[in-house]
Design a binder for this molecule. Structure first.
Ligand code: ADP
Length: 635
């Protein structure tokens, strides 16, 4: 930043903002009209924000009445000004908001624009780059703003050349004027519809993109008095109260774009209305991609709340359960009092009724998408599945319905549902088997799955952090309990012949006294596998010689770490080393002469290390393991 004598400060744009500006200025666009949509959207947001701040700040609450947006044309100056009487910006806000881009997907957008052959003309229309789209049509942009409650006002100025200036201004009232000095028209540009100095053109654009905006938008021409001046161009008709058949998809999409700041078509729109004692309208959207703040506690979660068509608040979390925080939309209640606050909402009976009803409606919609549009559903699941699954922990009432919506990877590869799992269970199978961990691909290779695979018994691969929580809280699906394959007591049901053969092999090895000797070797080994509670022969392994299983409720390494970072140590796990009686290595060790105690020690170290490696865990005492292995390899 540099400063001159007359208080004019010069600032640089953040580098991403600079890149977007360059793209705005240098490309040729098929649809420059969108600049007006973006500026009006910002203006309407600013009036919303003033209303919200006014609720908790008495000094400005009086300013929050009669929000209005005015678009002024000045033919002589070749300028178009979008003015609002909203919250305005302080000096610091002005510098930070209009000098950087905080929007998610900006990098992606810059890349896509650069790659696009046509100069990315349609991309801009889809993406919407907010304030920066001014530079599509303007060679210079001036922003005059005064924050409600502040005494000072500020003037921001830029020609989009990488820098902007800020200096004190002389605005008398709160709000913001965005003044666009239009680029010179070239000779071949004589299309009237692109004449942004024409009131007719601007009115058409506003009708097309901003009809639903809930504050009046007027277009006036400087030096000209027209009968239309005081007439709002937009109908201000709340989209959610209009019958679905009367609203076009484009109108819904424009509205979605306005509230979600997302340029991709949502997967679904849900128009919902209830009547009776608790009457409300809802218009909700399921986006097609996750926003950046999906997993942030402070993220913009929740829907907009209106009461009898009056905007009350953004990001209202009490109307939608946390596990549906991907939903964007509006709820308009007929019955809540206008002076409702967040605190009141939290305890309000009506609010919880609305929430229950919306939750059911959204679950129904998801069920329908799953049945009728499986590809879209998969897309939804990839984006929001882990979030929806949180509902299995927090919303027991709808647990069964949510479970039916879940898609899982399984040992059989393709995505499956619990209903499909149950339908393809083996004859005497009465449980749903699962394994948890940090990624489904490593789970698929777990030795614990070997005998399940051999017997054709499907195992669910639960690779999301939330899986472990819900699977233990939920306990079962229908009549079928969830059983972890990591549990020491798991018995694969339904295949007695195979099990009998495995048991026979185990018996033969046991008769050699092998187990007692290997246990003895473990007890003599300091530090190698301190947490080994027991050693057993197993029927669960096919190709691997050894694996660790857990006594009691299995808790994954991942979960342990999670608790540890929260400062909570779980009780030490009790692990059992299971050995494969059919494996040549185990048979070889079992055949060692009784006197070879040293060899047994070496093999116990190797086996516990191998088990940990094949379970995808770090070896507990890597130094001893590698030294022993090296010695063994040396012969
Ligand atoms: P977005 O609207 O997606 O946040 P923009 O680049 O359009 O991105 O605007 C950046 C920020 O500048 C807005 O979030 C808002 O805080 C502020 N802003 C823009 N226009 C106005 C306005 N007319 N009044 C008050 N603040 C505004």
């Amino acid at each position: 930043m540099s400063q001159s004598a007359n208080n004019l400060e010069k600032h640089e744009f953040q580098s991403e903002a600079k890149q977007v500006l360059e793209l705005m200025i240098n490309s040729v666009y098929s649809n420059p009209d969108i600049f007006l949509r973006e500026l009006i959207s910002n203006a309407s947001d600013a009036i919303d924000k003033l209303r919200i701040e006014g609720l908790s700040n008495e000094t400005i609450s009086g300013l929050a009445r009669d929000g209005k947006i005015t678009v002024t044309i000045d033919r002589d100056a070749r300028s178009v000004t979008v003015s609002d009487n909203g919250l305005g910006m302080s000096r610091d806000e002005l510098i930070s908001y209009l000098g950087t881009i905080a929007r998610s997907g900006t990098k992606e957008f810059i890349r896509a624009m650069r790659d696009a052959q046509s100069g990315g003309s349609d991309l801009i229309g889809q993406f919407g780059v907010g304030f920066y789209s001014s530079f599509i049509v303007a060679s210079k942009v001036t922003v005059r703003t005064r924050r409600a409650g502040d005494d000072e006002s500020w003037v921001w100025d830029s020609s989009g050349d990488g820098t902007f200036t800020v200096e004190p201004g002389d605005m008398k009232t709160n709000g913001t004027d965005i003044i666009l000095c239009l680029k010179e028209r070239t000779a071949d540009e004589d299309d009237d519809t692109k004449d942004y100095l024409s009131a007719w053109t601007l009115r058409n654009i506003i009708k097309q993109y901003s009809d639903f905006v809930s504050y009046p938008i007027c277009v006036v021409e400087k030096g000209k008095n027209s009968k239309d001046d005081g007439e709002p161009v937009n109908s201000m008709k709340a989209l959610w109260t209009r019958p679905e058949s009367e609203v076009t998809s484009e109108e819904y999409f424009e509205f979605y774009r306005h509230i979600a700041h997302d340029w991709e078509t949502p997967i679904e729109r849900i128009v919902y209305k209830t009547e009776g004692t608790n009457e409300f309208h809802a218009l909700m959207f399921i986006p097609s991609r996750p926003p950046m703040d999906l997993y942030y506690r402070e993220g913009k979660h929740g829907v907009q709340l209106y009461i009898r068509r009056v905007f009350i608040m953004n990001d209202c979390r009490d109307l939608i359960p946390e596990y549906m925080r991907f939903i964007k939309g509006v709820v308009d209640s007929e019955d809540l009092p206008l002076n409702v606050s967040r605190e009141i909402l939290q305890q309000d009976r009506q609010t919880s009724m609305i929430k229950r009803s919306l939750t059911r409606k959204i679950l129904d919609s998801l069920k329908k998408i799953k049945q009728e549009r499986p590809d879209d559903y998969k897309k939804f699941w990839m984006s929001f599945g882990p979030v929806l699954k949180e509902g299995l922990v927090s919303d027991h009432k709808n647990g069964e319905a949510i479970m039916k919506l879940c898609l899982f990877n399984s040992s059989k590869g393709e995505r499956t549902t619990l209903d499909d799992y149950v339908a393809s269970m083996k004859e005497k199978q009465n449980s749903i088997y699962y394994i948890t961990g940090s990624s489904t691909s490593s789970l698929l290779n777990s030795p614990k799955l070997e005998s399940f695979k051999k017997r054709g018994v499907e195992v669910l691969l639960l690779g999301d952090p939330v899986d472990e929580l819900w699977v233990t809280t939920a306990g079962k699906f229908g009549d079928y309990p969830f059983i972890s394959v990591v549990s020491a007591d798991v018995e694969i049901e339904g295949d007695e012949k195979e099990s009998a053969e495995d048991k026979e092999a185990a018996k033969r090895i046991e008769e050699t006294g092998f187990l007692a000797r290997i246990k003895d070797a473990f007890s003599r080994q300091e530090g190698i596998a301190k947490s080994v509670e027991d050693v057993r022969l197993s029927t669960r392994l096919v190709d691997s010689p050894a694996t660790f299983v857990q006594l009691g409720d299995p808790v994954s390494a991942q979960m342990r770490n999670m608790f540890k970072t929260m400062g909570q140590d779980l009780p030490e796990e009790k692990r059992v080393l299971e050995l494969n009686p059919n494996h040549p290595l185990i048979r070889k060790i079992a055949a060692l002469p009784e006197a070879d105690k040293d060899k047994f020690e070496i093999w116990s170290t190797i086996l516990s290390g191998l088990a940990q490696v094949s379970d995808g865990e770090p070896v507990e005492n890597g130094r001893v393991f590698t030294a022993t292995l090296t010695k063994l390899l040396e012969g």
